[in-house]
Ligand binder design. Structure first.
Ligand SMILES: Nc1ncnc2c1ncn2[C@@H]1O[C@H](COP(=O)(O)OP(=O)(O)OP(=O)(O)O)[C@@H](O)[C@H]1O
Ligand SMILES: [Mg+2]
Length: 332
């Protein structure tokens, strides 16, 4: 595929160790172990878009150079979760002779938390059998979905969501390379939307660039992503403070409609907005709990309409107890 036709997440995936940001604690430790010949099997885990795949690929490229292809086997366990992948592909790669080079071969098993338990048990045996010449790097989002027997054979590294600063630098680098002009507030909006997932941030940046013929402003980000504008949340909070229960419910429904009818999507944004305000601990506690309860109920399949009404009622009942006066003060 032509380089220009690639999605930006692939096109701008850092290829070298020096281009990686934030993961130096992983790369430094692993490279030290490589240099001492004591490299253990690795387990990289953490939320999506936090650089797990990118980091191991950059390290493999650094260690193997031109021999990358023959020394590395990269499998995506989600493609074929059956035990046959474990038995055939890994086995034949790990068993093949290294003719001219010394050192370990590397099997990268991406998304292995999606492997069946049987496949994971089979992998445990294979890891043991080929440990003399092969190292495995298991990658997944949830360490808890990987059987303890596999976990105990690996050195674990947790990848945290990208910090605001690192996300800002990565987005600015991509924008510059693509000759896209973007305002600081638009970058901040993208980072807020992505919550530390750089793939999500990068995809949104590309969508904004495609839909905008001039500078990317925060308004572009809001309309492309469907994020709520701060003014939408302010309007909701104002209604919550002053209106009758019926009108508060209508205001909630109006904001929910802006997010394609999903109350679950506005709860984190509403919570962030309340978090930024300096509210008394008691008021915060009650509101956060009401929001968390609504989110949990929604995730269990409860009705949007009932949860919207219940949230509206929670706000109004706090107002009755005079606890929202401080919110009013915060908004003026
Ligand atoms: N250190 C980094 N510096 C800059 N950009 C990065 C870095 N790591 C990753 N990226 C960008 O973020 C995107 C997502 O990274 P990557 O695919 O490695 O995430 P992941 O943790 O493997 O996610 P998943 O769990 O969903 O597979 C990459 O395509 C790349 O563009
Ligand atoms: Mg990955």
């Amino acid at each position: 595929m032509a380089q220009n036709a690639l999605p930006w997440v692939e096109k701008h995936r850092p290829a070298s160790l020096s281009a990686l940001s934030e993961q130096s604690y992983v790369t430094d430790t692993v490279l030290k172990l490589v240099s001492t010949g004591l490299l253990p099997h690795l387990l990289f885990y953490g939320p999506p878009g936090t650089g797990k795949t990118t980091t191991i690929l950059a390290m493999a490229r650094h260690c193997y150079g031109a021999q990358l292809g023959e020394m590395t086997l990269e499998l995506n366990a989600s493609d074929d979760r059956g035990i046959s992948v474990i038995r055939s592909e890994i086995q034949s790669f790990a068993a093949s002779q290294r003719l001219f080079n010394a050192g370990y071969k590397l099997v990268i098993l991406d998304e292995c938390d999606n492997m069946t338990k049987d496949a994971q048990f089979a992998l445990r045996r294979i890891i043991e059998k080929y440990t003399r010449h092969t190292r495995f790097c298991l990658i997944g989002n949830y360490a808890s979905k990987i059987i303890p027997a596999l976990q105990s054979r690996c050195m674990k590294f947790r990848f945290a969501p990208f910090s605001t600063q690192a996300s800002k630098e990565a987005l600015a680098t991509i924008a510059k390379a693509e000759h896209v002009s973007i305002t600081d507030s638009a970058i901040s909006a993208i980072i807020k939307y992505a919550c530390g997932d750089l793939r999500r941030a990068c995809n949104l940046l590309q969508s904004c660039a495609l839909s905008s013929s001039s500078d990317i402003e925060d308004t572009t980000v809001f309309s492309v992503s469907g994020m709520l504008r701060p003014s939408d949340i302010d309007a909701l909070l104002r209604s919550v403070l002053n209106d009758s229960l019926d009108n508060v419910i209508t205001a909630f429904a109006a904001v929910v409609n802006l997010r394609n009818g999903s109350l679950a999507n506005i709860i984190p944004e509403l919570q962030d907005r309340l978090f930024e305000m300096h509210l008394p601990a008691g008021t915060r506690g009650i509101l956060f709990r009401a929001l968390a309860d609504a989110e949990m109920s929604l995730s269990l399949g409860c009705s949007e309409k009932l949860q919207t009404r219940s949230l509206g009622a929670a706000f109004v009942s706090i107002r009755r107890e005079n606890m929202l006066m401080s919110i009013n003060a915060n908004m003026s």
